[in-house]
Design a protein around this ligand. Sequence first.
Ligand code: P6P
Length: 340
Amino acid sequence: MSSLRTCTIERHFIEQQEKHPEATGELTRLMHQLAFAAKQITKEVRSAGLSDILGAAGHTNIQGEVVQKLDEISNDMIYRAFDHAGVLCCMASEEREKMIPIPNEFHYGKYTLAFDPLDGSSNIDANINVGTIFSIHRRVTPEGTPGTEADLLQTGREQVVAGYIVYGSSTMMVYTTGHGVNGFTLEPSLGEFLLSHPDMRIPKRGTYFSINTGNYHYWSEGVKRYVDHVITPNNEHGTPYSLRYIGSMIADVHRTLLYGGIFMYPLDFKDPKNPKGKLRLLYEAAPMSMVIEQAGGLSTNGKQSILDVVPTGLHDRVPLFVGSEDNVYELLGFLDKFDH
Ligand code: P6P
C-alpha cells in the first residue's frame, strides 16, 4: 500500500468526528482507548504460547465456563483503559456478573461499553483465532451521574459504535458507527492500525454455512431442513455448500463477512440451562449483527432482527442467524415453513 494513501485508525477517528460538528471528541477518545487496549491484548495473545498464562485460571465465570487466564488479563486491560478515561458511565463484561461501575473519583462519561474481552477463549490453547467484541451506547440516564443497567439494556439498533478485534494471523479491528464498515490491520512494527479494508461489504450470497452440526438432533425441524437443503447436491445456488466452523464466533462471523454465507447458533434443546440459545445478546450477537447489517447482510433470532431484540438482562442469550442477505432469507423460509 502506498504510504501516501495510508490512513491510520487515529486519522479515521478524527475524520469520522469531523463529519459531526456537534461532536465533543468524547467518542474519539473512547475509540483511541479501545485501539490502545487492542494493542495491549495483542501483545498478550501473541506471547500466550510462551508463558504460563495458558491454561485455565481455575474458577468459572457467570456463564459457568472455566475462565482462561488470558480472559482475565484481557478483561482487566479493557477495564483499566476505561475506568479513568472519563468517557464511560458504566460497563458490562462477559466476565463479570454485575454491571461494572466507573469509580466515583473519575468523571462519568456519556457512553456505555459492553464487551466480550476474549471471545472464543476456550480455543486459546489450540492457537485458534480469538477476539474482543465491543458495543457502545449513549447513556439514557442523566449526565454526570453514575451509570445504571438501564444505560446498558438498550437494543442493538441503538448502538453508537459496534465492532470487534480479531487476533489471528494479524490483528484486525473492524467497526461501524452506523455509516458502513471499515477494517484496520495492526502494523506491529509501527504499532499502528492501518486502514486495510475500506467500506467492507458482505457478498449478497455465499456458499459457506457455519454451525455446530454436532447439535443436529437438538435443532428445530426448520434448522434441520435448511442444513439438509444446503448439503444436498444440485439444489439451486450451487449446493452442496461448504461447512466452516471454528467454534470461535468472532472468527466464524469475520470469515462470513469476507466470504459470504451464514453463521448459525440456533436454539438447541440439548442444554436446558440455555433455553434461549448460547450466544449473548449484548456483547456478542448485537454488535456482530450491527457490523454485518451495516455491511449489507442480515441478522435474526428466527423471528426478528437481532438489532430489535430488547435486552432484559446483561447476559441474555439469543439464537443467532447472521450473514449474507440471500442465505438468511433462505433460512427464514425454512423456519417459516417447518417451525411456525
Ligand atoms: P460450541 C465460544 O465459547 C462461543 O461462545 C462462541 O465464540 C462460539 O461460536 C461458540 O461458543 C461455540 O460453541 O457449542 O459450538 O462449542
